[in-house]
Structures are given as structure tokens and as C-alpha cells.
Design a binder for this molecule. Sequence first.
Ligand SMILES: Cc1cc2nc3c(=O)[nH]c(=O)nc-3n(C[C@H](O)[C@H](O)[C@H](O)COP(=O)(O)O)c2cc1C
Length: 229
Amino acid sequence: MTTLLRIDSSAQLEDRSLTRRLTALFTAEFLEANPEARVVSRDVGKDPLPPIDHRFIHAAFTPPAQREPWMIERLALSDRLIDEVEAADVILLGAPMYNYGMPSTLKAWIDHVSRIGRTFSFDLARGDFPIRPILGGKKLVVLSSRGEFGFQPDGLRGHMNALDPGIAACAHYLGVAGGDIETVAIEYQEFKDARHVRSIARAEGRARHLARLLASSSTGQQPVEAAAS
Ligand SMILES: Cc1cc2nc3c(=O)[nH]c(=O)nc-3n(C[C@H](O)[C@H](O)[C@H](O)COP(=O)(O)O)c2cc1C
């Protein structure tokens, strides 16, 4: 069975949020194309995760067999979030641009699921690239919205875009290869003009297309490597 993991991170509620509109549209289309699919939803915008702290890091870097009860408890939420990533074939991120990057709520989710021994292994014997992802074979769809425009690499504000490169850099922790990321973005939200209207129509068409494509093609993920302790 295909599993879609939907993560929303807008601080705005349904009636005001364009990314929620896109993730809802994508999910509905996905289910229409594949009614057997399972959808797991997490709304870190409405229910923000606690930021990771020194206790989380201490617990995460203690080998599982040596963890004290408080460490196991401190990692329980992260474990649940990683279980959701592990089970997903397609990961859908609703990712508004806030201050040229991702919302802190989405970053907190990434911090919880990027964990040694669960989503990556670390070995200095690998030389300059000691990190290796544990999960693999998943597709990532980023549905974004921005108030301004021109955030593509060669665009007017390409150099200010800390959102798309930030998500792409962490995608390997989610089991997503660089070529398996699709990004759709509404632009001009702050201008509220005809360009914005056109941008919404384009983004909705692309989101629908991707949902149908991925609903029919996503089956069975390949783990990259057995989990290291
Ligand atoms: C706190 C905050 C910060 C924002 N920062 C930016 C920004 O840096 N660049 C930009 O183009 N738009 C920015 N915007 C506009 C949002 O990206 C835009 O409103 C988008 O539609 C938000 O997604 P949502 O509609 O799903 O909430 C910001 C909006 C908010 C509320």
C-alpha cells in the first residue's frame, strides 16, 4: 500500500493559508488516483514541536543499549516522527517562505527526524563525507508560497532563497535523493495582482499533475543501508 506523509507548517489556518490549500488539493487528487493509499498527516504549524535541546542531543548520541529511561522518553516523539517518515513512500511538505527560509516549525520537524542511527550513520572512515543516509527510495514534494517572486536559481531573488536549498540539503535524511524532489511555489502573494492569480493557477495545475503521477508510480521503498546503532 502506498503511504503519503503530509506535513503542514503554515502558521495560518486553512482559510488564510495558500500552502494548506495546495497540500489539501494534492492529497485529494492523490487519493482520487489511488483510493487505497494511506495518508498520515502532521500539522506542525498548528501543533509545533518542541525545539531540540542539549538533553535531546545527549540522548540521540548515546548508543541505544546504554540509554537511560529519561533518554528514551526524550527521544520518543522523534522516534514516532521517524516511524512516519520510514513508512512513507511520498513525503509532502507544505512549506511557506518565512524570512527567506523555512518556518521554524518545519525546521524543528527536520531536526527531530534527522537522527544518528535512525536516519543517517556517521563514520569518519568514509573520509570527507562521513554521513550516509539510512533510508532511501522516497519522493519529496514541496508545496510552497511566497509573498515576493523570482526565487528560482537564476531569478531576481535567487540569491535570497534559503528555503528550497535548505530543504534539498536535508532531503537525504528523509530517504530522498536529489533528483526525487519536486517543488511547486505560488509567488506574488503580497502583490495580490494578476501575476498572483496566474501563479496560483499554475501551481494548482502542477500540484494536481504531480499528485496523479506519484499516486500511480510510488510503490515500495528501498532502504539504503541497515540502521547502524
Ligand atoms: C512571518 C512571515 C514571514 C514572511 N517572509 C517572507 C519572505 O521572506 N519572503 C517572501 O517572499 N514572503 C514572505 N512572507 C509571505 C509568505 O511567504 C506568504 O504569505 C505565503 O503565502 C505564506 O504561506 P501560507 O499562505 O501557507 O501561510 C512572509 C509571511 C510571514 C507571515
